[in-house]
Design a protein around this ligand. Structure first.
Ligand code: SAM
Length: 348
């Protein structure tokens, strides 16, 4: 008899393949077969047979194993994980992965109840696209606010280096290099000075703690080494930059937002909207309209976001990079599209 989660694991395998992880595609297909065959994965997932699809059980399981690898608790499996210097090899890697499930089921179960949480620094390419435009329009410093910040790493946007066709911007020696940040040339504009950085999240991750860094790293797919390296570089920058991420729901955070003369107030979010209830979203947009009505040339407001959105009610979802700016009515402008993990941004 088929295991109730097997089909979901196959679906997640297709998702990982489409997003460029051959390792997780292969592992999840083998895990699905192992579930159907009554292998060791059945005991590991005991009690989770009927977890709903959106809870991402497959990614919770893989994140938990990756965490054991990163903590050097997974023995021989480390040799197959590129994030610790190994090389994935499906033929030899799968039996070792299966053995870990059989020998350490309790260790693997430790993180099964935890929601996978990521913070993709690549999405700063979308934020920088909007900031460059803001800098071109007005030479004002920026107060940067973010909702759904996770570890708040995208608040460090101006500390990264960005490479496009024929040009680059940002510090030469930045530990994070987004390459290619744009599918074409870097968009014209001026990087504004960021004078304040504050984020919020219902489950903030403290990247200055070992536990926080481990959590964000464990949910990166291990054969996506560039994503992993960006994260590690951002951890280094975070330790030397003043910023904070409050434990606060997005609606409450935006309610408390104010404008300040002589600065552009920017509210930014990426891949958050789908998690926010319809009423909370409406409240956020209403508060932005209210603030926008009070904005002027000396205290402008910019709402920037990169979210899976439709261009028109009938179009398919795309990761659109959009801006609403005030004064000027706050009409939505599409600045471009981005890849799901951020890079590259195609400017329109
Ligand atoms: C997919 S992650 C994206 C994180 C980050 N923005 C990025 O692009 O890397 C979504 C984040 O939104 C947070 N979140 C979900 N609902 C929220 C809410 N109502 N208010 C604030 N944060 C929320 C989650 O805890 C999670 O950290």
């Amino acid at each position: 008899m088929s295991h109730p989660q097997a089909e979901r694991f196959r679906e997640q395998a297709r998702g990982c393949r489409n997003l460029g992880s051959r390792m997780y595609d292969g592992l999840l297909r083998r895990l699905a077969d192992d579930l159907d065959a009554g292998g060791p994965s059945v005991a590991v997932l005991s009690g989770h047979e009927h977890d709903p699809g959106p809870s991402g059980l497959a990614l919770r399981l893989l994140g938990s194993v990756h965490r054991l690898v990163l903590e050097r608790r997974a023995g021989a499996l480390a040799a197959f994980y590129p994030t610790v210097g190994g090389t994935w090899d499906p033929e030899h890697g799968w039996p070792v992965f299966r053995e870990l499930l059989a020998e350490q089921p309790e260790a693997v179960r430790e993180w099964l109840d935890r929601p996978p949480q990521t913070n993709d620094v690549g999405r700063s390419a979308a934020l920088m696209t909007g900031l460059l435009e803001a800098g071109r329009r007005r030479p004002l410093p920026v107060r940067l606010f973010e909702i759904g910040s996770s570890g708040g790493l995208n608040l460090l946007v101006d500390r990264f280096r960005y490479v496009g066709k024929g040009g680059a911007l940002g510090p030469d020696d930045a530990p994070v290099v987004l390459d290619p940040a744009w599918a074409g040339a870097p968009p014209p504009g001026v990087v504004p000075r960021v004078v304040e950085r504050l984020g919020s999240d219902v489950m903030p991750i403290d990247v200055r703690s070992t536990e926080g860094r481990l959590a964000l790293t464990a949910y990166v797919w291990p054969d996506q080494v560039a994503r992993f390296e960006r994260l590690r570089g951002a951890f280094r920058i975070a330790s030397g930059t003043a910023y904070d991420v409050r434990r606060q729901a997005a609606g409450d955070f935006v309610d408390a937002l104010t404008l300040q003369a002589g600065t552009t107030t920017v509210l930014w979010h990426s891949v958050l909207w789908q998690y926010v209830a319809v009423e909370e979203r409406a409240r956020i947009l209403a508060r932005l309209d209210e603030l926008g009505a009070a904005a002027d040339e000396d205290s402008p407001l910019l709402h920037l976001f990169a979210e899976p959105t439709r261009r028109t009610p009938d179009s398919p979802h795309e990761f659109l990079v959009c801006a609403h700016s005030w004064p000027g009515g706050g009409r939505r402008r599409i600045l471009g599209t981005m890849a799901p993990h951020g890079l590259p941004v195609t400017v329109e």
